[in-house]
Write a protein that binds this ligand. Structure first.
Ligand code: ZN
Length: 281
């Protein structure tokens, strides 16, 4: 059984059963661990070891729309750019020789079914695997990276391409940090023992039309390498969030480009973890 960790009403919950109509268990009421999701995630090893207690306690069925951002206040919100070869090609960019890291600012975080406010006519989707750190540290070896990871979320790195490419050279952080531009979820899925952990599929559709679908072994810098690389420079902390890059198929790379419009619905799925559904307004 896989631990799925998220937030309802600002309280840490575990989720069981159906992906779209899960059963939710309040972690503080069941295990006595902190109710605040940011504090609770620091107890990840205990959560994992007590999953049977969570699964056997009284749960209530919830709708995905009740879920908050599972990791609402990370101390750091990193993103990796151009981490899939075909995406670097469609963006007419070089393939990076080391992870190309930028910041998404945490005020852009959004809930799994939160609305995305479209600004201008060049906003774009990027479906991404999002890593959540359980146990921080510096200089984490590649071989130990997974023991520091709580799990993965599906995420959207919504991008205002006009702002991103307004100047030369382009910039990343602001164009990807507008209001609601960082929905993640629906929960943090603990895939440490998942048999397809390194080959899970990530993708999204817009209004039901498939746009992106790639397996994560196509990443140039794998999840364990990204975590190790970041920790060789900055201190990672419990609850930090890392976007690991978009595969190909973004609207900006199409001929002609297909940007997001108010009313569009973006559905982003990470295999084995779940789906987030974000409507553009
Ligand atoms: Zn991205």
């Amino acid at each position: 059984m896989m631990l799925r960790f998220g937030s309802i009403g600002g309280r840490a919950h575990a989720f069981f059963g159906d992906d779209r109509k899960p059963n939710a268990v309040d972690i503080e009421r069941t295990l006595g661990l902190p109710a605040d999701p940011m504090q609770c995630i620091g107890h990840w090893d205990e959560l994992r070891s007590r999953i049977d207690e969570l699964a056997n306690s009284s749960a209530r069925p919830v709708d995905l729309s009740e879920l908050d951002c599972p990791v609402p206040r990370p101390s750091q919100l990193f993103a990796v750019g151009l981490n899939y070869r075909k995406h670097a090609e469609e963006m007419n960019s070089q393939t990076p020789s080391q992870p190309l890291v930028f910041a998404k600012f945490p005020s852009s975080l959004n809930s799994p079914t939160g609305t995305v406010t479209i600004v201008g006519d060049t906003c774009d989707y990027e479906s991404e695997v999002v890593v959540v750190i359980a146990k921080g540290g510096r200089d984490i070896p590649v071989g130990e990276a997974w023991s520091h990871i709580a799990g993965l979320c599906a995420g959207q790195d919504v991008s205002d391409r006009g702002l991103q490419y307004a100047g030369a050279p382009p910039q990343f952080s602001l164009g990807k940090s507008r209001r609601g531009f960082s929905p993640i979820g629906p929960w943090v899925g603990d895939v440490r023992e998942h048999p397809r952990r390194d080959t899970l599929a990530i993708g999204c559709s817009v209004n039901g039309e498939p746009r992106q679908n790639t397996e994560i072994h196509d990443m140039i810098f794998s999840i364990d390498k990204v975590v190790s690389f970041l920790s060789s420079i900055v201190e990672l902390r419990s609850g930090d969030v890392i976007y690991t890059g978009s595969p190909s198929g973004v609207g900006h790379g199409m001929k002609p480009p297909k940007y997001l419009q108010p009313g569009d619905v973006i559905e982003t799925t990470l295999e084995g973890v779940g789906t987030i559904i974000n409507r553009c307004v």
